[in-house]
Design a protein around this ligand. Structure first.
Ligand code: ADP
Length: 512
């Protein structure tokens, strides 16, 4: 049941603020109330695989066991790599059009099953259903984009240094890819890696988060139906550490693409050293959001709300530190507080719900600990600050003021529904504070001053900077960070390069 401390009137869900198209009418959903079936097997070489050990998958909203997944052995992972290696030669030699057509059939099947997939995603990830639908749309946008890119993997013809030679560059698929994905986007992080890899001609062994494996397995089922040959996409399930080790240490795996925490990214990089893997690491953030005194206030409030509370604050681009110019701090705080109080917390499967549970008890404990520490250090709590009356993994939407960059809550990724306001007065000081973190993923600015926008954008040490909007991600833009937020880019025309290598081709053409 949805509940909140304030009115029960219908509030637009956070997804309505997204730049994504909401394509189906709500009435259409009424005919498709069942979630996609939970597949309790791994997927290797086109076969559904069991194992004697298994892991339980829990619904974060209810604690109910949704099902079990195989806890695969190292031998199973090696067999998945065997399958991907064998399939690679065939898949890489297909035409880009053939690969694009399979990707487009996959997209169609996903959209035909959109509601069922969204419900499954919502149940395993605790994401409000409206946001789950938006994630499916976001996820398929990568499939369409890279299906189109498959046909534009153009090489180069280079004016030769020698009169009797041609000089060219071929772009070729790098081979088997090991992909490891997180729980906070159980659908879109899979497609954002698989679509460019498959379009390039690579094959994959993908390990989804053990907390949200069913969305990945549903995607594999639909890929099979779309005609993806056996062995091209393998989904391995189970305990993370041994799976990561096998993927990193097998020389046949040419690349690791990982989205997750900085700590695990460092381990994977160290483990990959002996096999000299190519790596893409999309790691944690500590996003600053800076509101200057000339910002359009209502826009800043709405965009801060959607950036901060999307997915209950559980995204790596969520603003972690909200810097507000001292002169507008009282009015900004009042407006944000009013909006936070309207947020509806509840069952993620209910249409009106805007905030569901956090992913698990560990996440709740972390948020609770950071909030309590901030309050002990002098922060003021104007809303929330504690576990929600719904219990379980629910936490109240929270507003903290009088925060300071030295507090742990400003130094660690909160990954929860806590807006933390810090006052500032001078541009250069806030720039220095914003950059004073090892992370460098996303940053946000709110100002109407073009010179300031340019100066800040150039000098913020972040992979992505958004101005006057809380949405930093789109399929057309390269997504990724600098510093401890990792390297490599996903999405955009650059995303496919992560799965290609350049081959220089010199050709003597005159008589010998
Ligand atoms: P988060 O803290 O957001 O859960 P993690 O980095 O722990 O981020 O998890 C992201 C992904 O990395 C998940 O699929 C998880 O199972 C996997 N993972 C976690 N630890 C390891 C490890 N030691 N080796 C390989 N993968 C891991």
């Amino acid at each position: 049941m949805a509940c909140s401390g304030s009115s029960q009137k219908r509030i637009p869900p956070l997804y309505l603020f997204f730049e994504l198209q909401f394509t189906l009418l709500q009435s259409e959903y009424l005919f498709m109330a069942q979630p996609f079936k939970r597949i309790e097997h791994a997927f290797i070489n086109g076969q559904w695989i069991n194992s004697k050990n298994s892991l339980e998958v829990l619904n974060p909203a209810t604690g109910e066991c949704l099902g079990k997944i195989p806890d695969l052995s190292s031998l199973d992972i090696t067999q998945a790599i065997d399958a991907a290696e064998q399939a690679f030669h065939l898949w890489a030699s297909t035409t880009p059009l053939a690969r694009a057509n399979i990707l487009l059939r996959w997209e169609t099947l996903i959209l035909e099953n959109k509601e069922a997939l969204a419900q499954l995603l919502s149940m395993e990830g605790g994401k409000p259903i409206a946001e789950a639908r938006a994630e499916i749309d976001y996820g398929v946008s990568f499939i369409r984009w890279f299906a189109e890119e498959a046909r534009r993997i153009n090489g180069e013809v280079i004016p030769s240094e020698a009169p009797d030679k041609c000089a060219m560059v071929l772009k070729q698929p790098i081979g088997v890819v090991g992909a490891i994905t997180p729980w906070n986007f159980p659908h879109a992080m899979i497609t954002r890696k698989c679509a460019p890899a498959l379009a390039a001609g690579c094959t994959l062994v993908l390990k989804p988060s053990e907390l949200t494996p069913f969305s990945a397995l549903a995607l594999a089922q639909l890929a099979l139906e779309a005609g993806l040959p056996k062995g091209v996409l393998n989904i391995v399930t189970g305990t993370a550490e041994p799976i990561g080790k096998v993927l990193c240490e097998d020389t046949r795996v040419k690349k690791i693409s990982f989205t997750g925490s900085t700590q695990v990214g460092k381990w994977l990089m160290a483990q990959s050293a002996s096999t000299l893997k190519r790596l893409s690491l999309e790691l944690g953030g500590n996003a600053p959001l800076i509101i200057f005194e000339d910002a359009h206030l209502d826009n800043a409030v709405e965009e801060t709300l959607r950036a901060k509370f999307r997915n209950n604050g559980q995204t790596c681009v969520c603003p972690n530190r909200i810097f507000v110019h001292q002169s507008i701090l009282p009015i900004f705080t009042e407006k944000l507080l009013t909006r936070i109080k309207t947020l509806l917390v509840g069952n993620p499967l209910e249409e009106n719900t805007q905030l569901g549970p956090l992913i698990n008890e560990k996440a709740v404990e972390k948020v609770e600990r950071l909030v309590q520490d901030a309050i002990a250090q002098g922060a003021h709590c104007l809303a929330g600050g504690k576990r929600h009356a719904l219990n379980g993994n629910y936490f109240e939407p929270t507003l903290l003021t009088h925060a300071h960059p030295s507090m742990r809550i400003c130094q660690e990724e909160i990954f929860g529904p806590v807006a933390t306001l810090i006052s500032f007065t001078a541009d250069e000081k806030v720039l220095t504070s914003a950059n004073s973190t090892p992370a460098g993923l996303a940053a946000y600015l709110f100002t109407e001053n073009p010179a300031r926008i340019w100066h800040m954008t150039e000098n913020l040490e972040y992979g992505m900077v958004a101005t006057n909007t809380g949405m930093v991600s789109s399929v057309a833009m390269p997504f990724g960070g600098v510093k401890f937020s990792g390297f490599g880019r996903e999405g955009s025309s650059h995303g496919i390069e992560e799965y290609l290598y350049l081959k220089s081709f010199s050709w003597k053409i005159k008589s010998y």
